[in-house]
Design a protein around this ligand. Structure first.
Ligand code: ADP
Length: 288
């Protein structure tokens, strides 16, 4: 081990200089929020969209289910404070509890940990009539006050758009990367570009694009029907220089399982590539 040559707070550090080192306080993001002391989270992945209703929560939940099935310890932080849908998808109705460690996340049937504002409200249908700074503060508390325990992946269901709360998530949480979800409707390329450019400006790696509700699969002949026209995912991905992670069809089974809170039973292979990219982060790019 070479002798330490710079002023590091970590005595085992062997780096030549302080540049880029998080132990050096001058390199720390001044907006960053400290994680709860009872949390140990290996990777934080944001799932974002330029606008609401495109299936961002569905993609967040599906990625969590697929990672969980592969044996990774997985959690979902529902940062979509004004439109929280994660607990309902998994049939979680209880209220979050707290102890001396902090607020405790709820668990799904297969042990995915969940925290959402809906677990803190009196009734799940109560609206959240809070102004921007309170919404942003709540997201930060989901990181600082929730005792997540040990997790391989924490997926963040980001608030839609490019406003105050998504900005807070980008600035305060240590995101390893972000997946951008869109659906193929009007103005899509402009809206996707806004979301991608926001991540790029915040220096968060864009792991790739997912086109949800991309087509309908005919139940009889299995033909793909592009009801919104030809897919635009590859063109947009090429133009923005980011990977295309996959297309997901409109599938009535999704709404059916969400309605009864049994989303964890849903299966699809459309996000297998996205999951492999997330695993790349866990295994280290070099190894793959
Ligand atoms: P967002 O988080 O972007 O606002 P949601 O994930 O809540 O969007 O999805 C909006 C609605 O569309 C939900 O009712 C969800 O179950 C449904 N949905 C999402 N993706 C699909 C899909 N591929 N097929 C069918 N329904 C879908």
């Amino acid at each position: 081990m070479s002798e330490q040559k710079h002023e590091c707070q970590d005595s085992s550090c062997t780096k030549e200089s302080c540049e880029g080192c998080t132990q050096n306080t001058s390199n720390k993001n001044k907006f960053a929020v400290d994680m709860n002391e009872y949390s140990s989270v290996k990777h934080v992945i944001g799932v974002a969209s330029g606008k609401g209703g495109v299936g961002k929560s569905f993609v967040t939940a599906m990625l969590a289910v697929l990672l969980n099935r592969k044996g990774y310890k997985t959690g979902i932080l529902d940062a979509d404070i004004t439109g929280p849908s994660i607990p309902k998808m998994f049939g979680i109705k209880g209220k979050a509890r707290a102890n001396e460690m902090g607020i405790l996340p709820e668990h799904t049937a297969n042990d995915i940990k969940i925290m959402s504002v809906n677990l803190l409200l009196e009734r799940e249908e109560d609206p959240v009539l809070w102004r921007g700074p309170i919404l942003a503060g709540t997201v930060k508390q989901f990181w600082s006050d929730v005792a997540w325990g040990e997790l391989d992946y924490l997926l963040i269901d980001m608030p839609p758009g490019t406003g105050d709360v998504p900005l807070t998530v980008f600035q305060s949480l240590p995101l390893d990367g972000v997946v951008i979800v869109f659906s193929p409707q009007d103005l899509v390329s402009m809206i996707v570009k806004k979301a991608v450019n926001m991540a790029k400006q915040m220096k968060i790696p864009v792991l790739g694009l997912v086109e949800n509700m991309s087509y309908v699969l005919c139940p009889d002949c299995k033909t793909k029907v592009n009801i919104f026209g030809e897919s635009k995912i590859q063109d947009i991905a090429d133009e923005l220089g980011v990977p295309s992670l996959g297309r997901i069809p409109i599938d009535p089974a999704i709404s059916a399982l969400v309605d009864i809170g049994e989303f964890e039973r849903f299966d699809c292979d459309d996000l297998d590539h996205a999951v492999r990219i997330l695993e790349t982060i866990d295994k280290g790019i070099d190894e793959l």
